[in-house]
Design a protein around this ligand. Sequence first.
Ligand code: MN3
Ligand code: MN3
Length: 321
Amino acid sequence: MVETYYKAVNWNAVEDAIDKATWEKLTEQFWLDTRIPLSNDLDDWRTLNATEKTVVDHVFGGLTLLDTLQSQDGIDQLRKDVRTPQELAVFNNIQFMESVHAKSYSSIFSTLCSAEEIDEIFDWTDHNEFLQKKAKMVNEIYQNGKPLEKKVASVFLETFLFYSGFYTPLYYLGNNKLANVAEIIKLIIRDESVHGTYIGYKFQVGFKALSEDEQARFQDWMYNLLYDLYDNEERYTEALYDDVGWTDDVKVFLRYNANKALMNLGQNPLFPDTADDVNPIVMNGLSTGTANHDFFSQVGNGYLLGHVAAMKDQDYDIGRK
Ligand code: MN3
Ligand code: MN3
């Protein structure tokens, strides 16, 4: 009789059906930045003034930093707390896709920006006070938090903190501009929607196992964290958007997405803002399907790896009831 030293992962004895369903969903929607014809957006890009271009540059610089954090530290920490071997496989997929996300902004930069402009963007992300603070707040929980706290930090990051940045490409998409740049962002949002739902679900499994007292104490911690992150996010939004006058609209969008993050975690919304309060141009950008690019001919008529169905509104709500 040999004692088991190492367990082989058995996908025919899946403990949690959500692991398998998530694996299938994520692998079905696999994509790469290199297959989107970004240079088709150059004509639109030239119509933007210098201030508008700087907003786009810094927005994508900030998003690069957050996806770098997810790919380098976030998933690395979450994978230490898995309950099943299939969950670990799902995190392998998520971690790789976070690297695709982080890289895809560089594809946008290399298409739209000069070398000096790219240097300026990365210098800005290194030194923007509020961007650095949010990365620090989230990463400190990743490094030192308990398993449930790490999951909250990840869902707050992915379902809430990214949206100060996502606002810009969705706004331009809603105005029929930068459609290919927006296509990348929509593919990222489609991934994040699954990540947020999945990690939120894993959170809820652990949260339900706590006593009522422990749950109440945990909720205090969670809502306090959200307030602190929201405070910083308001400052970040002002730094990004005051020059173009979009700050108030973006803050509505932030609160709407903060509520969505809480929903992913099975918690009650904090802010009164709903979809009806968000700028309809941005909601319009959010609700249009991905364009399904054919990566051989670049005609924008079908991203043909696997069967990628056009996105519907409710696709952003999977797993939420
Ligand atoms: Mn990501
Ligand atoms: Mn993610």
